[in-house]
Write a protein that binds this ligand. Structure first.
Ligand code: NG1
Ligand code: MG
Length: 510
């Protein structure tokens, strides 16, 4: 392999993993728990992968537009030791997740080793996702070794900080390592993890897994998915008033797997149908390559520019991207009606196909429920949000001299993103809107829902000298009002400042 390949690191000291918190107490406890569960043994290694917060670029990764997340220090760790029994034993430090154990039914015949039953809600399914893709990566050649695993997670679940991707990346990495793979490139690990959640029926893009794997201390990541997966780390500008990102959990849980048919997956379906209607109107053919096997809004943009401007694929150059995305937003405004949305019959008519064909092409892979498809709002959000990402990046890479002006402009883009997610994408909720409004009026430059939304977390751009003020305002006007009697420790968990942290790694220290 070429020397430039960036491999998932192996480290032997905790200080290389966590910059801003001492985690020795956590790890000592985990080693003790591991010994308690597994007959006094010690783990052979630990795999860990972090959560992420997305700064801007929401609900566009599955359309292959670039996003700007950063890995956080909260993570999922898996203490692992091989066993000779061929069983996967899983225990979780959080007793609410009951121990799970399964024998891998596969033989050495090249077939998948585990099957995932989506109808059963169990945390073991997430492990199976990682196991399955790692096994495929190993060529399905032989049955993976048995593993005794203790899992501990500090990423709040169902909160938009990507606990699921952190879990799956850690599980895939653990399986690879236990089966003798000591060198895996970051790109390969991210790629295998990206498709893995599809086994659970969520047609996600690749932002979370990429951020989790490629995370870099003190850096945010510019993640591009096309022409190929590429993560470019960059630092925030040094200013006298350091910038921080405050993450505030609305404490409304958003279980993506349960609500996917009306929330997440429906959005994926809507933007795919919108892309195909645009392609139909402008008589271009777009590659069938989204998670659900149809065209994407990025695919339409490329096909349109090729057909009408004789242009090559967009290579990520920012000024060119801005021109193209502005054009796309204008096309959306002219093609789609802005009011009530489209029934299945109306959407099929726009595409020149029958309703049966619409079902077959767009609605058979994943169950979704809708009365009207919101094609205008969804497609407009995607192109405008992709544009905001490029504007954000431009500001960060070429900041104006006046930091106050820079903060305001970055914040304004985040506020616009929230407004678009609320009004056009309908994935905010009253609680998240309230959290953002309170934060803005107490010192945040920009506040927005982060992650899939429908509850979960929000992210706020705050100068470090105003953080306490914003936190106090949220505690007094949101948390204590909505959740009277909330404990101090729950408040501490709900409001976090997390520095950008390092991505997936194997820890070999004892
Ligand atoms: P969350 O729900 O925050 O993990 C999801 C998707 C992302 C992306 C965001 C919205 C998964 C694993 N992740 O993130 O790919 O589409 O929503 O920007 O489903
Ligand atoms: Mg998730």
């Amino acid at each position: 392999m070429s020397a430039e390949v960036d491999f998932v690191p192996e480290v032997s000291s905790l200080s290389e993993v966590y910059a801003s918190s001492d985690q020795s107490v956590r790890y000592t406890k985990l080693f003790d728990q591991f010994a308690d569960y597994y007959n006094g043994r010690s783990p052979e290694f630990i795999s860990r992968s972090p959560g992420r917060v997305n700064l801007i670029g929401e609900h566009i990764d599955y359309c292959y537009f670039s996003v700007l997340p950063m890995a956080i220090e909260q993570d999922v760790v898996m203490l692992v030791s091989q066993n000779d029994l061929g069983t996967i034993n899983l225990v979780n430090s959080d007793a609410k997740f009951e121990p799970e154990s399964f024998v891998m039914p596969g033989t050495d015949n090249g077939q998948d080793v585990v099957s995932i039953d989506r109808t059963v809600t169990t945390w073991a399914n997430y492990f199976k996702c990682g196991l399955l893709v790692a096994h495929q990566y190993l060529g399905n050649k032989r049955r993976p070794v048995g593993m005794d695993v203790l899992v501990d997670g500090t990423v709040p679940p169902a909160a938009g900080l990507s606990s699921s991707a952190a879990f799956i990346c850690a599980a895939a990495l653990a399986t690879l390592r236990a089966n003798g793979v000591t060198k895996v490139s970051k790109e390969e690990l991210a790629r295998m993890a990206i498709v893995s959640e599809r086994h659970l029926g969520v047609y996600s893009g690749g932002m979370d897994q990429s951020a989790s794997v490629f995370g870099k201390r003190d850096h945010a990541l510019y993640v591009q998915f096309q022409p190929k997966l590429k993560c470019t780390p960059f630092k925030f500008p040094d200013t006298d008033r350091p910038l921080t990102f405050l993450i505030a959990n609305s404490l409304v849980t958003a279980n993506k797997h349960e609500t996917a048919p009306v929330n997440y997956n429906l959005r994926v379906v809507e933007v795919s149908i919108a892309a195909e209607i645009l392609a139909h109107k402008y008589s271009v053919v777009i590659p069938q390559d989204s998670g659900i096997g149809t065209g994407t809004l990025r695919g339409f943009m490329e096909a349109y520019y090729k057909e009408y401007e004789g242009a090559l694929l967009w290579d990520g150059e920012v000024a060119e991207g801005r021109t193209r995305l502005e054009k796309m937003a204008a096309l959306v405004r002219s093609v789609f009606v802005q009011t009530e949305g489209y029934t299945a019959v109306e959407a099929a008519t726009e595409l020149g196909i029958t309703v049966d064909e619409l079902h077959e092409r767009f609605l058979s892979k994943t169950p979704v429920r809708f009365e009207k498809l919101q094609l205008y709002g969804r497609a407009l959000h995607v192109y405008e949000e992709a544009l905001r990402v490029l504007r954000y990046l431009t500001l960060l890479l070429d900041p104006c001299v006046d930091p106050e002006g820079l903060f305001h402009e970055l914040g304004e883009l985040m506020n616009q993103s929230h407004e678009s997610l609320r009004g056009l994408y309908n994935c905010s909720c009253p609680e998240l809107d309230e959290v953002c409004a309170i934060a803005r009026s107490s010192g945040s430059y920009g506040s927005r829902v982060t992650g899939a939304g429908f509850g979960g977390c929000s992210v706020h751009l705050v100068a470090s000298d105003r953080v306490q003020e914003v936190k106090n305002a949220l505690i007094d006007n949101y948390y204590r009002v909505r959740f009277p009697g909330i404990s101090d420790s729950a408040l501490e968990d709900a409001l976090v400042i997390s520095k950008p942290g390092i991505g997936s790694l194997v820890y070999t220290g004892g």
